[in-house]
Write a protein that binds this ligand. Sequence first.
Ligand code: HEM
Length: 244
Amino acid sequence: MVCAVATATVTRHEKTRHQKAVRSSVVLKAVMAVSGLIMVGYLLAHMAGNLHVFGGAEEFNTYAADLRRIGEGLIPYGLVLWIARIVLLLSVVGHIYSAIVLSRRSHRATGKGKRYQSKSARRGVQRSYASFTMRWGGLTIFLFVLFHLMHLTWKWINPGGGYTPYDRVVLSFQNWWMVALYAVALILVCLHIRHGVWSALTTLGLNTSVRARRTLNVVAVAVAGILLIGFLLPPFSILLGLVK
Ligand code: HEM
């Protein structure tokens, strides 16, 4: 009798723990999805902003300065930019934290290296380059962003010289190795985004039918493709001498 009560208590306890873990995994997936989409929104705006380089030095430098002047007269100088930076930083931290916790749980539950089973895939497991490289891709992007900040924001790495944002961008991308480095990093960023957008929209409940799945795939490829082309245009145009 005592034994039966104890077993029931243990089972109930384990069930509650399991339910809590499932619930928290769902929350973490939602955090990953929302923070990921915020970062993609930032990247779309950043990519569009970079295209001002085609308008010349004055337009590009004015654009960089204007970012700090949003809401001038109503709110303190640079406030909107700082709010955007804080939201971005919280998104990065939330995204990385959720990725690590979910990845550990997945390893514990399925065994290291195991993949989703899928009848539609030839080898019986889910397989696409982008989906396989999410963890390493995420780490590479983190390293790239650190390098990028050292290059253009903190100005610690200065391969071509220059002081204004326009000069620094144009003088840097006159070096082929800088363009190559950015091109490789951007391809990895966009592969991550291609799978990430699909995954985030699925987490948010939009993958409800075969048709919806096809639409999500088109949206994910389009977002990643637009970002890749938009980000690659300035470095290659500068290298080819189209922007001086
Ligand atoms: C060829 C592609 C890119 C170019 C030419 C470029 C250009 C720039 C420039 C000029 C700045 C400095 C703005 C300033 O301080 O006035 C900057 C900042 C930044 N970029 Fe990029 N960027 C590129 C790609 C990317 C990518 C792919 C990411 C993210 C994965 C990224 C993330 C950032 C971040 C987080 C900042 C700091 C924003 C801030 O706090 O002010 N950039 N970028």
